[in-house]
Ligand binder design. Structure first.
Ligand code: FES
Ligand code: FES
Length: 155
């Protein structure tokens, strides 16, 4: 049965009516029209649907919307603006990482949380932190370069 709830996304509180068990991804995309998190596998296997819940990366395809009711949700659009992009967004452009772009949301959101915890990571630590993500276009080396570049920018 549907319930009224509010979701705090990128600093704006939205009222929605939804089944509490519905995946958060559907609420973000279908109720709120936010299309950064993507539906990839729907099984917590690829990371395309990643958003931050109170700063922690979660797979929104398997997270019930009710779990996000009292949390701050950040999507890729909330990381930076076109005028003031997040260092990762800047680095992805500078390194020309995306091919089809479908997976990129997950890599950037996961790396954003990781770099907060580990501002000066080694290559091995970056690989380990991002090991649960998938890119069918094989952009992995570009992603590694971009995360390192972003870490340098963040200083
Ligand atoms: S769509 Fe959520 S992990 Fe693949
Ligand atoms: S850029 Fe196409 S799946 Fe990663």
């Amino acid at each position: 049965m549907k319930e009224k709830m509010s979701l705090d996304v990128n600093g704006t509180v939205h009222a929605i009516e939804a089944d509490p068990d519905m995946p958060l991804l559907y609420a973000l995309r279908n109720n709120l029209g936010l299309n950064n998190p993507h539906f990839g596998c729907g099984l917590a296997q690829c990371g395309a649907c990643t958003v931050l819940l109170d700063g922690q990366p979660i797979r929104s395809c398997v997270t019930p919307v009710s779990a996000a009711k009292n949390a701050k949700i950040t999507t890729l659009a909330g990381l930076g603006t076109p005028e003031n992009p997040h260092p990762l967004q800047k680095a992805y452009v500078e390194e020309q990482v995306p091919q089809c772009g479908y997976c990129i949301n997950g890599w950037i959101m996961t790396a954003a949380a990781f770099l907060k915890e580990k501002p000066k990571p080694s290559d091995a630590q970056i690989r380990e932190a991002l090991s649960g993500l998938k890119c069918r276009c094989g952009t992995h080396m570009g992603i590694l370069r971009a995360v390192k570049r972003a870490a340098e920018m963040m200083g």
